[in-house]
Design a protein around this ligand. Structure first.
Ligand SMILES: C[S@@+](CC[C@H](N)C(=O)[O-])C[C@H]1O[C@@H](n2cnc3c(N)ncnc32)[C@H](O)[C@@H]1O
Length: 291
């Protein structure tokens, strides 16, 4: 058994990773079309996802991104777990929102749709090569309330702006359910550097958040060092930052016993998505409010 599977077992999860099958899903871009109109046009087997707005599981022998509806920006091919952070952040029309790590823009476009193209979204991305993909998706989806800035979000406070809502969908180690080679590519020793960057990003997120503002932190990693332990760290650092409970019909609570060590019991308010229990890719989400 590889070192990661061994750890999942220690965290209480036993499964055969080769047997996991993820469900395909898409999101309706309500800036351009209604659910009814899109479903009529696509004419495929779709099932409404009960814990998300305007999102569907589907089965088809063609790819959604090869359809004219995709090119017209009516639909966004987006894994269901990846739609959870904006759904939990709930950005509103009048708000100023920061998307700290934005490309390719799944969550920026989702938030623009939730905000009806009102308010403002500032989307940061540090990798030059990933900016065009973000811009293309914004254009395809008809997003007009977003400013894209090429910037390292660890220094987002240089912008001298404060935000009502901040989404930190952090760069992470990923997980085996979205990359079949993941176990061969990743080593436990990678986690140290990744979690260090994530802590720097979290720290900056705190500083650009208004009082009473809400921060959603997410990763598509299953490793506690990138998730529960980072949240425990930021809670210890800033006493005016409080976790809010995420109540959903899917997923598990955050882990509070990590490899035999008890951590802050508040962490159970977070959301952990295990692929073998949900048919969704691995994900972690925490919702924090600045008092
Ligand atoms: C998990 S992906 C984000 C996915 C995106 N939120 C979405 O839903 O489409 C992380 C992104 O963060 C970018 N990134 C990595 N380090 C960064 C940093 N320090 N500042 C800003 N962006 C960063 C990566 O280039 C990558 O595009």
């Amino acid at each position: 058994m590889n070192e990661f599977m061994q750890r999942y077992q220690e965290l209480g999860e036993e499964f055969d990773s080769s047997k996991i099958k993820l469900r395909s899903s898409f999101r309706v871009n309500t800036l351009k079309i209604t659910d009814e109109e899109l479903l009529k046009r696509l004419n495929l087997q779709a099932e409404k996802i009960s814990f998300l707005d305007n999102a569907y599981f589907y089965e088809s022998d063609f790819s959604i991104s090869s359809t004219p509806e995709y090119l017209m920006g009516y639909v966004y091919s987006q894994e269901a777990a990846s739609q959870l952070p904006p759904q939990i952040l709930k950005p509103k029309e009048e708000e100023k929102v920061l998307d700290m790590c934005a490309s390719p823009g799944s969550k920026t476009t989702q938030m623009a749709s939730m905000m009806n193209n009102k308010g403002v979204i500032v989307s940061l991305e540090s990798n030059n090569l990933r900016i065009p993909k973000l811009q293309n998706n914004l254009e395809r989806c008809g997003v007009t309330n977003c400013i894209v800035i090429k910037k390292d979000a660890r220094f987002a406070d240089d912008l001298k702006m404060e935000f009502d809502k901040v989404l930190l969908d952090a760069p992470c180690s990923g997980n085996f359910s979205i990359d079949k080679e993941w176990f061969n590519k990743r080593k436990l020793s990678d986690l140290k550097a990744i979690s260090k960057t994530q802590k720097k990003l979290l720290d900056c997120a705190y500083h650009v958040l208004k009082k009473e503002g809400v921060l959603v932190y997410s990763t598509c990693s299953l490793e506690p060092e990138e998730n529960e332990l980072n949240i425990e760290w930021i809670l210890k650092r800033y006493s005016d930052l409080k976790l809010e409970e995420i109540k959903l019909e899917i997923g598990d609570q955050g882990l509070t016993n990590i490899f035999g060590e008890e951590i802050n019991p508040e962490i159970k308010k977070c959301l952990r998505i295990w692929p073998h229990k949900t048919g969704l890719q691995g994900f972690f989400v925490a919702k924090l409010k600045k008092q």
